[in-house]
Design a protein around this ligand. Structure first.
Ligand SMILES: Nc1ncnc2c1ncn2[C@@H]1O[C@H](COP(=O)(O)OP(=O)(O)O)[C@@H](O)[C@H]1O
Ligand SMILES: [Mg+2]
Length: 269
């Protein structure tokens, strides 16, 4: 064998052994990768089942919390109804005195609040109410109590408002509707009422119109500023609502709320 051949032979040997070493290394690394992959798969499966368990736990906790919240609203409504009944018993005691009217007004206010809680637990969403449906219920309850022969018309849109807006709105509506039924009788002795709850641009617009004699003095001033009006003014300030009234013939009350982050209006349909 010539020197040249031997050189080639050695070189071939070196290359063969280098390839064998590389192949062994590759095999080892492949095995390591395979094992790591297996470990990752087991870990991922474990993680997935842990996430599933946690999600199921959270779902259970959430529905328990919702049930509890419903129960709380139910109880608040029942307690408010008990207060209204107790006040009702007192009206019997004071049936022949001016206190009777004061007690009755308080009963309507308590009932208006109870109705908010009733609407809250009857909906899936426990933090807001549908103002149109609420207003209709409230108006029908007041008509039944104060003027069953009244001609009541409602024009309401599906508007949901958070409880923080619904409660003052409900109390304001209670005062205005009760006033229309008490003081808004027309010359023929009938009481005709139109109540609207609408969304206009970003505003919630609520109005109550009757065709009675109207006010003797400007709204919210002088003799017209008794407790009911003061309640309306205080709650409207709290809601940052604008009130407009117009008279003759009849009386029209309109309240507009600008939508901001504290009074989300969500119109459906
Ligand atoms: N829709 C209405 N039609 C005629 N008069 C009204 C109407 N709403 C309110 N008023 C007048 O404004 C007054 C003040 O109303 P309010 O503060 O609610 O007190 P109350 O209803 O207890 O008398 C009423 O006594 C009545 O004279
Ligand atoms: Mg009043």
């Amino acid at each position: 064998m010539s020197d040249e051949d031997e050189k080639w032979q050695r070189r071939l040997e070196r290359e063969r052994s280098a390839r064998q070493t590389a192949e062994r290394l590759l095999e080892e690394k492949s095995l390591e990768l395979y094992l790591a992959n297996q470990e990752l798969r087991t870990f991922a499966a474990h993680l997935e089942s842990e996430v599933d368990d946690r999600t199921a736990q959270l779902r259970r906790a959430l529905s328990e919390r919702e049930l509890l919240l419903k129960e709380v609203h139910h109880r608040v409504k029942n307690n408010l109804q008990i207060i209204a009944s107790l006040l009702g018993m007192q009206t019997d005691v004071h049936s022949a005195t001016p206190l009777r009217e004061v007690l009755l007004d308080s009963i309507y206010r308590v009932r208006a609040m109870a109705l908010i809680h009733e609407q809250l637990y009857s909906r899936d969403d426990l933090s807001s109410i549908e103002l149109g449906a609420y207003t209709e219920s409230l108006a029908r309850t007041l008509v039944g109590a104060l003027e069953p022969r009244a001609d009541l018309k409602l024009d309401t849109e599906l508007i949901t408002v958070p409880i923080g807006t619904a409660l003052p709105c409900g109390l304001i509506l209670n005062e205005v509707i009760a006033n229309a039924l008490k003081h808004g009788r027309s010359a023929d002795g009938r009481c005709r009422l139109l109540i609207t709850v609408l969304a206009r641009d970003a505003d919630l617009v609520v109005s109550v119109v009757d065709d009675g004699p109207g006010l003797r003095e400007p709204w919210g001033k002088g003799a017209n500023r008794s407790l009911g009006t003061r309640i309306i003014q205080a709650l409207a300030r709290q809601l940052r609502a604008r009130i407009q009234t117009s008279e003759g013939p009849g009386f029209r009350f309109e309240m507009r709320l600008r939508v901001d982050t504290s009074t989300e209006i969500e119109t459906v349909g």
